[in-house]
Design a protein around this ligand. Sequence first.
Ligand code: FAD
Length: 176
Amino acid sequence: RAGQKQDEDNKAKAKPLPKGVVLGPDGKPCRTCTSLSSWRAMTKQKQPDTVATTTPLAGHTSALQSPADCPPDVEQLGRSSWTLLHSITANYPERPTVTQQTETKQFISLFGKMYPCWVCADDFRAWMKEGNEPRVSNREEFGRWACEAHNAVNVKLGKDSFDCNKWEERWRTGCS
Ligand code: FAD
């Protein structure tokens, strides 16, 4: 009975999480699944100009400039990951060997398992299972597949879709 009362007290004390804060499989808030603004709402942090640290990173003499030097939120992780993924497609051979195609499929499969935002990873794997397996026969196919994968997330997040006819200009040939 005492234990039950303690549980009830703890539940009453537990504050609801701010909108957008995603829990990890361990039941704790997942930083790489949550936007910085939601994370700040949870920790009630003010937007700092500079975050002081007693253990500066290599190359930093006194302090971390915020937020670029902080662990990534879901958006920064996403931008960096799409940059990597689209850049891989942009550098993919026009005529890949069978081995290259096999290894690329393995990479995408592992990427979908290891992506650090677990909700993103779950949805990405589900999208691939819905008849959207990676198309890796040549650069153009693979680039378009990545564009479609990115658009599936854009749609989910209520963003505009990107014109996939422009994937190569955006990620390989543009801005020369
Ligand atoms: P981003 O969407 O990161 O795009 C970066 C740049 O890519 C854009 O500026 C544009 O120039 C270009 N671009 C945009 N669309 C395309 C396209 N279709 N093809 C080619 N280039 C394009 N975030 C969540 O909150 N929830 C999720 O479930 C989620 N799932 C994700 C799953 C994966 C596999 C990845 C890699 C990321 C996921 N993200 C998710 C992150 C999300 O997609 C964005 O990266 C993040 O919201 C930041 O968006 P952004 O507007 O800065 O630009």
